[in-house]
Ligand binder design. Structure first.
Ligand SMILES: C[S@@+](CC[C@H](N)C(=O)[O-])C[C@H]1O[C@@H](n2cnc3c(N)ncnc32)[C@H](O)[C@@H]1O
Length: 290
């Protein structure tokens, strides 16, 4: 993976996504297994970013299916194209650049839409989900994999400090301007939103992703990136001392560094929600009954 080739790409952000993916590889395989995709399915990987899930999805729909990765960040699409071109299933994968809301993709025939970590960025979430519902064929499914910051554990860090960080994240969600909209608590909402849309057989599955000592270098980078992001988000709600203390736990040069502690324990919560678009017969029945 050669991120340096893409001009203007936020290498820090991309590298964090790559570390994130590698750290959770086994967990992500479980999520993809749980989608129950079938060979031949045509799948959209919505908000595909660098396309890391796209190849995993392609393995499930091979040999005749298709995966279409969509992202509004052209640099990610370029990276995804470069990264996937030598993959054995490259011919099954296509990447399209654009904001999903503005894309004209009706009229095509999709069995499944998978979206990972994209919904938390979408302020007008119901129309965003509704569009997914409309472009999936009757009996097809849509799935959201997001996380929920109501549960995370960084041990051993003082519990009072962790609680302040958690409360800062919740407050930042309220205080952020619309231009920086982000919902750290989407995981808990997807089930209700899918039902509100009228999707059938809505099911959610929660995954507690845990990482324990000894940590691999890639896991340390992922956790450090995550913790620094929380530090940035919560800086306005912590005292300077608390902010510094939190950061010192992830600074390898500090005596407070926790990522080499033999009792280190990290956990976070991910939520996968899947719903089915009404089969054609149900649509017909609904029309008849009106
Ligand atoms: C946190 S990243 C997740 C990337 C990838 N799905 C993964 O899990 O590694 C969220 C991605 O959603 C994309 N995105 C957000 N809103 C979008 C929209 N309205 N249309 C298309 N892509 C969008 C962003 O550009 C970003 O690449």
């Amino acid at each position: 993976m050669h991120a340096e080739n893409i001009q203007g790409l936020d290498i820090l952000e991309l590298n964090w996504l790559l570390d994130h993916h590698a750290t959770k590889a086994a967990h992500r395989q479980r999520v993809v297994d749980d989608l129950n995709l079938q060979p031949g399915d045509v799948v959209i990987d919505l908000g595909c970013g660098p396309g890391l899930w796209s190849t995993m999805l392609a393995e499930k729909v091979a040999p005749h299916g298709k995966v279409i990765g969509i992202d509004y960040d052209a640099r990610y699409i370029e990276y995804a194209r470069q990264h996937v071109k030598d993959h054995s299933l490259a011919s099954l994968i296509e990447f399209r650049h654009g904001g999903f809301e503005d894309m004209t993709i009706e009229g095509e025939c999709y069995d499944f839409i998978f979206s990972s970590g994209c919904s938390p960025y979408i302020k007008k979430i119901l129309p965003f989900l509704k569009k997914q519902q409309c472009i999936v064929k009757p009996g097809g499914r849509i799935a959201d994999r997001s996380w929920d910051d109501g549960l995370f554990i960084f041990h051993p860090i003082d519990l009072a400090l962790t609680t302040k960080v958690i409360s800062g994240i919740a407050q930042a969600r309220i205080d952020r301007p619309d231009s920086e909209y982000f919902d750290n608590y989407f995981g808990r909402q997807s089930n209700g939103l899918f039902k509100q849309l009228g999707l059938h057989a809505v099911e959610s599955r929660s995954y507690a992703v845990q990482l324990v000592a000894p940590l691999s270098p890639v896991a340390k980078r992922y956790i450090t990136g995550n913790a620094r992001w929380y530090a940035t988000v919560t800086a306005p709600y912590l005292s300077a001392t608390e902010h510094q203390q939190w950061l010192s736990h992830f600074d390898v040069g500090s005596p407070n560094y926790i990522l080499n502690s033999p009792d280190f324990y990290y956990a976070m919560l991910e939520v996968l929600t899947i719903g089915t678009v009404a089969p054609a017969e149900t649509n017909a029945e609904t029309k008849e009954s009106h």
